[in-house]
Design a protein around this ligand. Structure first.
Ligand SMILES: Cc1cc2nc3c(=O)[nH]c(=O)nc-3n(C[C@H](O)[C@H](O)[C@H](O)COP(=O)(O)OP(=O)(O)OC[C@H]3O[C@@H](n4cnc5c(N)ncnc54)[C@H](O)[C@@H]3O)c2cc1C
Length: 350
């Protein structure tokens, strides 16, 4: 079977690694970036309890990629723009972390694809792909380049800087500032040696620039890189079809595997790629497993949408919130943090 994997992000790299070892599969990867500029646009936070296992399957030790091992995340829920931004405790809460780390995402991707057959700097034509391959995987993330466009989509525009602090770092651990109505948040994720990713995503676009500018002014740093990219938070149930009725099938963020409450897509997209490998020969099973595995994402998405549009009602939707809380509470090791109902109520301003 000849398989093309288009888009070498987390999902594509995992697929390349795993499919290359199958005897009856000949896999070719395509990536639009040049090899020397290959990047992984993302804040690079994940949970090592889960990534350990998937890295091991690729013959790699995840601990070698960890840049910062989180102990505590400060979440600022204050109303003000800058005044509460220092996590001084007036309007902030501390969440104990259980495995949340920042890691060198690009290096892990590069090591996963070592020795596999990838053509960089190439956006292949669909017609050509259909002539040359039996199966085409669209792992182009947000772009969903080879799949039918979706009508009712929700995505959060984000801006992120990689920065370096020469003297004092603003925080020694993970920091978030939640924007009103859960329309997004600002993040400060430490990397190593004074480097950090600071970024902001806001559905309303209002707070992103404001808070980023405030933060950049307040804490003197050298800007290494600036990127902008949206993150899809439409869940898999609303990213149907996953295929185009011919040879193309979506894997990863292209079919909505991003946890909408956090904008977290590394683990879900890796899980999605793994589910795909186990169901390559049966598309119905693939649909079924993805929709089952990510069922809760539909509820979380509905909740976020209601909060953003100020339609959330404590009376009508309280049980939805409890379901989401239960889901995360039962999977603290998966999310890499302690989950506490009071924090959740505070965060959601209930
Ligand atoms: C600013 C930002 C910060 C984030 N931070 C985090 C975080 O800290 N933790 C977390 O878990 N998630 C985070 N996410 C979400 C996460 O990055 C994604 O959900 C995840 O990487 C999706 O993986 P993927 O492999 O499906 O797609 P991607 O990782 O987006 O990879 C897609 C690849 O396809 C390539 N491509 C696109 N179009 C084409 C084409 N036509 N032809 C060839 N190649 C193409 C791209 O260049 C890219 O390499 C963040 C997202 C953003 C935008």
């Amino acid at each position: 079977m000849k398989v093309a994997v288009i888009g070498i992000g987390v999902a594509g790299a995992y697929l390349m690694n795993q499919l290359s070892s199958l005897h009856d599969v000949k896999v070719t990867g395509f990536e639009r970036m040049e090899e020397k500029n290959h990047d992984a646009v993302c804040a690079w936070a994940t949970c090592d309890n889960v990534m350990n296992e998937y890295s091991k399957r690729c013959g790699l030790d995840f601990e070698n990629y960890v840049l910062h091992d989180g102990k505590r995340m400060t979440v600022d829920i204050g109303k003000g723009n800058g005044s509460d931004g220092d996590g001084d405790g007036n309007s902030s809460m501390n969440i104990n972390l259980k495995g949340m780390v920042s890691y060198d995402k690009l290096k892990l991707i590069q090591d996963m694809i070592k020795g596999t057959n990838i053509i960089f700097n190439k956006v292949p034509e669909k017609n050509q792909l259909e002539q040359d391959f039996d199966l085409i995987v669209d792992s182009t993330g947000f772009h969903r380049h080879y799949l039918p466009k979706l009508k009712d989509e929700l995505w959060i525009p984000c801006i992120q800087y990689k920065v370096k602090y020469d003297k004092n770092v603003p925080f020694d651990d993970f920091y978030l500032k939640a924007f009103p109505s859960l329309s997004g948040y600002f993040w400060y994720f430490p990397l190593d040696n004074g480097y950090a990713h600071i970024g902001s995503g806001d559905f309303r676009r209002k707070h992103t620039n404001e808070f980023l500018e405030f933060f950049l002014k307040k804490y003197n740093c050298t800007i290494i890189k600036k990127v902008g990219r949206p993150v899809r938070i439409t869940p898999p149930s609303k990213c149907i079809p996953f295929n185009d009725g011919r040879k193309t099938i979506g894997v990863g963020e292209s079919i909505g595997t991003v946890y909408p409450l956090l904008g977290e897509g590394i683990i879900p997209s890796t899980i999605c790629a793994d589910i795909f490998i186990n169901n390559m020969d049966n598309l119905d099973n693939y649909y079924h497993e993805i929709l089952t595995k990510f069922k809760i994402y539909t509820l979380v998405y509905k909740f976020i949408k209601m909060k953003i549009s100020n339609n959330f009602s404590v009376f009508k939707n309280f049980f939805d919130l409890i379901k989401i809380y239960n889901h995360m509470k039962m999977q603290e090791n998966r999310y890499g943090m302690e989950v506490n109902i009071l924090d959740m109520l505070k965060l959601t301003k209930i």
